[in-house]
Structure formats: C-alpha cells, structure tokens
Ligand binder design. Sequence first.
Ligand code: ATP
Length: 240
Amino acid sequence: MGDARRPDSVPIPHIEKADRSELVRALEASLGSAFSSEPLWPSPSPLIIVISGPSGVGKDAVIKKLKDSNENLHFVVTATTRPTRPGEVHGKDYYFVSKEEFLTMVERNELLEYALVYGDYKGIPKQQIREELGKGYDIVLRVDIQGAQTLRKILGNSAVFIFLMAESEAKLVERLIDRKTETKESLLVRVAMAREEVKHVKNFDYVVVNAEGRLDNAVKLVESIIDAEKAKVQQKRSVI
Ligand SMILES: Nc1ncnc2c1ncn2[C@@H]1O[C@H](COP(=O)(O)OP(=O)(O)OP(=O)(O)O)[C@@H](O)[C@H]1O
C-alpha cells in the first residue's frame, strides 16, 4: 500500500542511485513545499543568573573561574559607597561613588536592589543590566542571601537562583579562618549568619556544593545549570 500523503506522480529516486540534491528536490516536490533553512528553534534569550551563598563559601572563587572561561557572561559591577581598597579599579571591581551620588541613584530608581552593608551602601545598577542583556549577554549577579531574597521578589522566576554551599559547616568555618580577612568578631558574625542562611536554600532553584579542593567541579556544575536553563522549552525571560 502506498503512502496516502505522497502523490503517486512524484517519483523519489532510489537512495543509492540519486545524488543528495536530486533526492532533496524529489522529497520537496512530494511534500509540496521547499525545505526551509530557517532555524527550527530560536536562539535562547539571555538569562540573569543570581549566585549567592553564605560568606566564605566561595562565591568570588567560583565567579573568578567563570569569568576566565565564559565570554558570553557579563558580571555586574556593583556601585558602592565604601572606600577603594588597594588594587581595586573603579568600573572593574566596583563603581565607587559618594553617598550623595548613591542616594541620587536610589531617588531616580536606577538601582535594581540596594542595601546598607556594614555602614556602606551597595547597589546593582539597572542600566548596566539592560544594556548587556540587549547585547545578548547572560548576566551574573553575585549577592548575599538577603540580596538574593530581595531579587527573588523583584525578578520572580525570570532569573535563575543558585545557592552555593560548602560540604559542611566545619569546612566553611575552616575556609573563613584560612582566608585571614576577618577579625574574631566578624568571624563570629559571619559564621552565625551562615548557620541561619542555609535555611533559605529552599527559595533557590539550584544548589551547588563547593567542596574542599573541588572548585572546578562547582564551576562546571554552574555552567551546566546555565546550559540546561538555555535548553528549556519554556524559557525564562529576564526583563529589567
Ligand atoms: N573549593 C574550594 N576549596 C578550597 N578553598 C576554597 C574553595 N572555594 C573557595 N575557597 C577559598 O575559600 C575562601 C573563601 O572564598 P571566597 O572569598 O570566594 O568566598 P565568598 O563566598 O566570596 O565570601 P564573602 O561572601 O565573604 O566575600 C577563599 O580563600 C577561597 O580561595
């Protein structure tokens, strides 16, 4: 029995005997239209990826590695009122602004999210995100847990939220001690906060364990999450 969809009048040559273009033409004639070269699926839209986690878990370490090998990611430069530390570059590490300038940005609704952290303001400029999304870049935001919660309220499910975690509380504490950036007081605050912060993991989309000596694995997992999000049929649309 012949195929009811194919008119008998268009013979399709034997696959062994015809060349490829002949076969394509015959198939097109049989189906009644030319094969389109248009993409079957649109390119994925740019994403906003929020990376968060307790102090000392390795957010900066993961982001530094991501920067080295992902040209399509834009890492948002935060505006801050804190003084520049040696080696820091304006526009690269932070936008260093005065308190007055910062408060003007707040007034003009130019910040996606902002907070007062240890007496200094920190905020995420909206314009930078808009511009980079417009150029097709995926946006990476590095925020503390409180910032992530605020961003969840603002961005809802239009962004991907990743919680970075150490393999154990003990390892996290060791890492913070070894970093040698904290006073004993700030160490206590950070460790106590970390204990509370882990409870917020349920508000995130993904959890990535950054285990001792396995930073590369954590980075790979973050990259895989981004790839998987971009392959979703129902894609997130990040609009600021
Ligand atoms: N997988 C890992 N194995 C061992 N050491 C690590 C790993 N990841 C990060 N570290 C180290 O742990 C310390 C804390 O990491 P990092 O400064 O990146 O944390 P953070 O989450 O950015 O902290 P904060 O929120 O306080 O800025 C650093 O000294 C870093 O080099």
